[in-house]
Design a protein around this ligand. Structure first.
Ligand code: PEP
Length: 243
């Protein structure tokens, strides 16, 4: 059985004071696995708190070290206490022109450093309206994930670009269609064992009010949550809906 996972992506939000939210989230005593990905400046301090929440980065470089000003390697995240890293988030793909090839290289680096990669894929509104959603998802999944995926090393997050931070959410049928498609592709490529063990998260405007119905959808193993993960008061009810 796949263990449910609720992951919070704090994006470029949070100062030291924000780490108090981790205590409040941990105090909720969830059965599901919990992951918080704060900004890079807070990863070490978040991990050092020892709350029992997994801590992750929001990106890493494909190289281990070198002349890459401003970048952070997977080994550095691991050294800071991270266990996971989000890769290929649509904001990285758009703001930093990250391609599937780049995401795949980063994913390899993450695995080499011993991190679990949370690889994000998702269509734009134009692509959905053109009927190209499954083509886009298939291409991104094939291109962004290296060979050798297992349930331990990989989490896939389906995040329709048009649903991120907008308050718009696909219908439950639309979510089911994409998650079932991703599951089938994972099984085909990595075999039944690995393909069935990779968690597939839904991300995009998950809130306390819509979490339960989304979590009831087939092949939804949890959520990647942006805005509603910043405050325990919002995130804890989402976790409760998952448990
Ligand atoms: C995200 O950034 O991954 C995300 C899903 O954001 P939000 O929950 O704010 O839509």
């Amino acid at each position: 059985m796949r263990r449910k996972l609720a992951a919070g992506n704090w994006k470029m939000n949070g100062l030291k004071d924000s780490l108090a939210e981790l205590d409040a989230i941990a105090a909720a005593g969830a059965k599901s696995e919990l992951l918080i990905c704060p900004p890079a400046t807070l990863v070490a301090a978040a991990a050092a708190k020892g709350t029992g929440l997994a801590i992750g980065g929001q990106d890493c470089h494909a190289k281990t070290s070198g002349a890459h000003t401003g970048d952070i390697s997977a080994a550095m995240l691991k050294d800071a206490g991270a266990t996971h890293v989000i890769l290929g988030h649509s904001e990285r793909r758009s703001d930093h022109h990250e391609t599937d090839d780049a995401v795949r290289a980063k994913c390899k680096a993450a695995w080499e450093a011993g991190l679990t990669a949370v690889v994000c894929i998702g269509e734009t509104l134009d692509e959905r309206e053109a009927g190209a959603t499954l083509d886009v998802i298939g291409e991104q999944l094939a291109g962004s994930v290296p060979d050798g995926a297992t349930g331990h090393r990989l989490v896939v997050a389906y995040e329709p670009v048009w649903a991120i931070g907008t308050g718009k959410v696909p219908t439950l049928d639309q979510i089911a269609e994409v998650h079932d498609f991703i599951r089938a592709r994972l099984e085909k490529r990595f075999g039944e064992g690995a393909g069935l063990s990779v968690r597939i998260l839904y991300g995009g405007s998950v809130k306390p009010g819509n979490a339960a119905e989304i979590f009831a959808v087939s092949n939804v193993d949890g959520a990647l949550v942006g805005g509603a993960s910043l405050k325990a008061a919002d995130f804890v009810p989402i976790i409760a809906a998952l448990d």
